[in-house]
Design a protein around this ligand. Structure first.
Ligand code: ARG
Length: 459
């Protein structure tokens, strides 16, 4: 093995198993573009502060650009004895520029360097996930116009409850994914302060300019406390927790659509492109993608727990445990990206099975609550109305009919305040039209919501 970059203090070579055990290049290599950007900003600042000459700065920046190109082209060799991406790039720089490259790490430690790299990654990752969330919302909105003719049963306890416009469902998911987006933006803003220049944990006695590197890297300011910076990973815990919340939403959506695709529900048909067959049963069209979106949520939720457990027992400041943070962060991010991309595609292309929805829409007394509210409007106390409709539902079950099939006499026997106009509240279409409250599932309310989302998503 090499006598490392910090080699002076060591007289014995590192055990090969230790090199294998402590390396992170196998998972932090993807930080390379951020590491290069951070180092270029650092070099620019060092030159401004008189810690590098302009010529040295230019040599460093040019060599780092070349290294970046080499990495992009897949021509960059990884050697585990160089541990991590930071050491790899620094060594490559020294190979190209000699003593000039040996000056780059002035006033910096890998502790503030890695925190900076990860924050730069996090900003891009947040932006990308937000964009993908918006694409999912757009997919729901895009299909809304063609689904405005469909009423669906809505459920509580997975029992038929009340009718809503199908679009009410679509826009409910838009709301959830919107909160997910806002949470990410909120954490991104909190995380966007620069760690660079906190060095190992206590700062530097060299006249470096932290505000300048913060500015060059697009941070909103600098982190106040160097000891905090060196150990701070709560920005990652926040990020991955928000990804876990997205995964929870995606999983619940997938579960619902899996049910809807069954012969039992017959509400939805996925496109062939997003289903899979069975190796033995020729008739099958399985919603494997939805099942895996549900299944992969476990990974993302586990990633957030992994980070929390990782951070909970660490004294200030940097501890090598923190190197393990990247594994769950990258895995959770990659998983969510893949899930959101497929979610948008499935949302956009699945078809509602209008015939079977309509054929069964009048089942399950979806208009019972509307009938009760009719009684309230006629002056019946709510609890009495509730009981009355309960007995009418029981009567229908005995007769095997719908509420709308009962006669006026039967209604009046149950409650003498019922009039002929009761039939205007009965049947699913009447019931869905009857909602007047803001945010309800009635056609007019849903159209208002839809206009809101179209406007918001076109911004
Ligand atoms: N690869 C390390 C990590 O990801 C970089 C920081 C190493 N710092 C140290 N003091 N050994 O955390």
């Amino acid at each position: 093995m090499s006598q490392k970059a910090w080699g002076g203090r060591f007289s014995e070579a590192t055990d090969a198993r230790v090199e294998q055990f402590t390396e992170s290049i196998s998972f932090d290599a993807r930080l390379a573009p951020y590491d290069i950007r951070g180092s270029q900003a650092h070099a620019t600042m060092l030159a401004e502060q008189g810690l590098l000459t302009d010529d040295e700065r230019d040599q460093i920046i040019t060599a780092l650009d070349e290294i970046g190109e080499q990495i992009k082209a897949g021509q960059f060799e990884h050697r585990i004895e160089l541990e991590d991406i930071h050491m790899h790039i620094e060594q490559a720089l020294i190979q190209r520029t000699g003593d000039v490259g040996r000056k780059l790490h002035t006033g910096r430690s890998r502790n503030d360097q890695v925190a900076t790299d990860v924050k730069l990654f996090l900003r891009d990752a947040c932006d990308h996930v937000c964009e993908l969330l918006t694409n999912v919302q757009k997919a729901f909105v895009a299909r809304s116009d063609r689904d405005l003719d469909v009423v669906l049963p809505a459920y509580t306890h997975l029992q038929r409850a009340q009718p809503v416009m199908a679009v009410h469902y679509w826009l409910a998911w838009c709301e959830k994914f919107d909160r997910d987006r806002l949470r990410l933006q909120d954490s991104r803003a909190r995380a966007n302060v620069s760690p660079l220049g906190c060095a190992a944990l206590a700062g530097s006695s060299l006249p470096i300019n932290r505000r300048r590197t913060a500015e060059l890297l697009g941070f909103d300011g600098i982190a106040r406390n160097s000891l905090d910076v060196s150990s701070d990973r709560d920005f990652l815990i926040e990020f991955v927790s928000h990804l876990a919340q997205i995964a929870i939403h995606l999983s619940a959506w997938a579960e619902e659509w899996i049910l809807w695709c069954t012969t039992e529900f017959k509400v939805l048909q996925l496109r062939d492109a997003y289903t899979t067959g069975s190796s033995i049963m020729p008739q099958k069209r399985n919603p494997d993608v939805l099942e895996l979106i549900r299944g992969k949520s476990a990974r993302v939720i586990a990633a957030s727990q992994q980070l929390m457990v990782l951070a909970k027992g660490l004294p200030l400041a940097y501890n090598r445990d923190l190197q393990e943070d990247k594994i769950p962060v990258f895995d959770a991010y990659d998983t969510i990206v893949a899930c959101l991309e497929l979610c948008a595609a499935i949302v956009e292309t699945a078809e509602l099975k209008r015939d079977s929805i309509t054929a069964r829409l009048e089942e399950g007394f979806l208009d019972a609550t509307t009938l009760m509210e009719y009684l309230i409007k006629q002056g019946v106390p709510m609890r009495t109305g509730h009981e009355t409709v309960g007995t009418l539902v029981a009567l229908c079950e005995k007769k095997g009919c719908r509420l709308a099939d009962l006669s006026l006499e039967e209604f009046q026997q149950a409650c003498d305040l019922v009039q002929e106009n009761v039939f205007d509240s009965l049947g699913v279409q009447n019931a869905v039209n009857a909602f007047v409250t803001e945010g309800s599932g009635a056609p007019e309310q849903v159209k208002t919501q839809l206009a809101f989302w179209k406007d918001k998503l076109s911004e």
